[in-house]
Design a protein around this ligand. Structure first.
Ligand SMILES: [Zn+2]
Length: 465
């Protein structure tokens, strides 16, 4: 469903895709495209001005947005890095890849999107500054080159370092077609940005009142001192939001630099470019911070922009989509026919405006988190509601059900489960049926390598209690 006029370029785009991907076509097909997938860690959709945010956090990428398709309603499958990126890489729901606990290594039995592309001739490279997306947890599967951050401290490199390394790579130059995966960290706590970029949003650097994993945050989340919420005042929350938004602005400005770099190297126009996030971030929306503590929308609603090769005109897709849809989307644009039994489905028909609006609107959305001390919960979005079964969470909840009206209450402030017992019953039945079904089709139990990881670095990032 396209809310923005897109018709003038539809014919050209459709033709392009047909030329690219129809084996029987008589015209000479264009070469297989370079593919770039950018994940900005912890970037929630509603803090980008293209998603209605009141602050200018992303005008640097206006030109890119104007020539790409924006997905208004995209969800991660999990609210923290490891399970979400496992879903992104495998195209599978969490219940099938089972890489859901802290320290779980993605089983090598799965075929990742990088492996599919590598097997079909793509030169595959990744730069990951997230310490979870690393070789030791098997996230390098299918990458010819995997550049990971293995420094000692919590101060992950700034995104400009990533762009600089990419510039070197372009200089080499890389064999084409390539698949490049970039995973930046500045929007992840502690929301650091270089000093010279810290005034872009506010006209001044954010105040230091909010401290990532300072006494208040740590007390509420890690020590269960929920009474400390009373001490969280307006200036503290403003400081939190200011820091987060400053990091968003810095990251999108760096993204613009990256696009300019691609253009300088004549790589921009013909590439498939995807920009998204692995999950969102709670900024005290429900009394907490960071991510992995709930299945609320602020932790799951991620931005998604896709620019097809040659795409010049923008569009908006309102239909519900998921990160697991990216793997089949990439395969379709790459022209790769696959026998893999993926859970998502290609977004190309939605971009071209020739999808089935009814079935697309009802695209399945299952979410899960299984981080023992933070939150263990499963969710389903259907029939206009998000239903969540919380097994346990940091607030002391045990075996409770919550349900929210997606259209009437997008911030999920009012639990309406008591008002709709019949719908609750039906959605719970559907949730159990689907998770049971997925469990029967699941892969092997992942090995847990928590003990082998650098505990000091992970603790500083808030990953270790
Ligand atoms: Zn993450």
């Amino acid at each position: 469903m396209l809310a923005t006029p897109f018709a003038p370029c539809l014919k050209r785009l459709s033709l392009f895709v047909v030329l690219c991907f129809t084996a029987a076509c008589s015209a000479e097909p264009p070469p297989p495209p370079n593919i770039v997938l950018v994940v900005i860690d912890a970037l929630r959709a509603d803090h980008l001005n293209h998603y209605g945010y009141h602050r200018d956090t992303a005008s640097g990428i206006d030109d890119f947005v104007a020539s790409s398709t924006r997905f208004a309603d995209c969800s991660a499958q999990a609210p923290w890095t490891i399970p979400s990126v496992a879903s992104l890489f495998t195209g599978l729901n969490t219940a099938r890849h089972r890489t859901n606990t802290f320290g779980a290594a993605l089983p090598t039995e799965f075929t990742t999107v990088a492996e599919s592309l590598q097997q079909n001739g793509w030169n595959t490279a990744a730069i990951s500054f997230n310490p979870g997306v690393r070789r030791e947890l098997n996230f390098d599967q299918g990458f010819d080159a995997f550049d990971e951050f293995l420094g000692k401290a919590a101060d992950y490199p700034h995104m400009e370092e990533m762009i600089s390394r990419t510039a070197d790579w372009f200089q080499s130059p890389p064999r084409q077609p390539f698949f490049l995966y970039l995973h930046s960290m500045n929007v992840h706590g502690p929301y650091r940005v270089p000093t010279e970029a810290s005034e872009k949003v506010l006209g001044r650097p954010p105040s230091e009142e909010f401290t990532y994993y300072g006494d208040l945050m740590k007390g509420i989340l890690s020590n269960g001192q929920l009474e400390l919420r009373e001490q969280v005042g307006d200036t503290y929350l403003e400081s939190l939001t200011d820091k987060y938004d400053t990091a968003v602005r810095y990251s999108t400005d760096q993204l613009a630099e990256f696009f300019a770099l691609m253009a300088q190297n004549q790589l921009y126009d013909d590439a498939l470019i995807i920009v998204t996030a692995d999950h969102g971030e709670e900024l005290f929306d429900h009394g907490g911070f960071s991510h992995g503590w709930s299945l609320h929308s602020e932790s799951l609603h991620v931005p998604l922009f896709i620019k097809l090769p040659g795409q010049r005109q923008g569009g908006v897709v309102e239909s519900r989509v998921n990160l697991i849809d990216l793997f089949p989307t990439i395969l379709e644009v790459a022209g790769i026919r696959s026998e893999l039994n993926l859970d998502g489905s290609s977004l190309v028909p939605l971009i071209l405006g020739n999808g089935d609006p009814d079935s697309d609107q009802e695209r399945e959305r299952l979410t899960q988190t299984d981080w023992d001390r933070r939150c263990v919960a499963r969710g389903i979005s259907a029939r206009g509601f998000r239903l969540v079964e919380i097994e346990r969470n940091y607030e002391g909840l045990r075996n409770v059900v919550r349900m929210y009206d997606l259209a009437g209450d997008p911030r999920e402030e009012d639990d309406v489960s008591a008002q709709h017992p019949q719908i609750v019953q039906e959605l719970r039945r559907e949730l159990h049926r689907r998770f049971d079904e997925l469990a029967r089709a699941a892969g092997p139990q992942p090995e847990n390598r928590k003990g082998q990881l650098d505990q000091e670095r992970l603790r500083a990032l808030g990953y270790v209690e």
